[in-house]
Ligand binder design. Sequence first.
Ligand code: SF4
Length: 83
Amino acid sequence: MKVMVNRDTCVASGNCGAIAPDVFQNRDRDGGFVRLLQTNPPASQWEAVWQAARLCPSGTINVEDVPPVRRSGPDQPSHSPTT
Ligand code: SF4
């Protein structure tokens, strides 16, 4: 997961920091505008990040799913056709 915010559109509602405080912060000294703490949060934070993005009133939070790295090598199953 990759998280991005556009502070130009943030309206300082504070939702994101309340929902996912390990990823977003809304500090008084920043006027309550979003501060992104992690751009690649661990899986344990993903549900909270998705919820924060859904509930952001200004669409400021963008989340990209990053597909898992595909490995190739002898430990991967073979996809040879069987006869
Ligand atoms: S929920 Fe959206 S509008 Fe509200 S502080 Fe967070 S990024 Fe800004």
